[in-house]
Ligand binder design. Sequence first.
Ligand SMILES: [Fe+2]
Length: 164
Amino acid sequence: MDYLAALKDGHHAGQEKLTLLSRIAESIDGQQEPAGLRGQFQEVFNFFDGEMERHFRQEEKGLFPALVSAVGRAGVVSAMLEEHHSIWRAVDAMDEQLSEIETASSADRKRIAQSVKMVARHIAGLLRSHIEKEDTMLFPLAERVLSQETLKDVATEIERQAGG
Ligand SMILES: [Fe+2]
């Protein structure tokens, strides 16, 4: 599979996980005892720390610099990079809330669970629009301005980094 196709594939995986994330978030209100929330979100966090982290790194080390060389730093590339940072900030915030809830009194647990719900919704929204922008703007731009040879070089470099 070529490099762009592999990134597009990663977006499909991302869409599935954000659907799961939304589903769990929307189930919080119906839960009597929201203490075990970290466990409920475990699969989603495994995705953030695994596939998503790898995917972002592949874009940041490969596609983004190649696009910057071709079209400059301004515009969609820096916007996508900034969105990666926003997503990580929200994931960190959610991680902190899930830790907080484990030691909170039962009165506080409900309140923190509401914050978890809000930040989970926020992450799902960020990811959804981020994937859409990359699919509809970034990848078509890459297909227009990057040669097959450049894309091949980028893929080789990423494989080299992953191996070392
Ligand atoms: Fe992406």
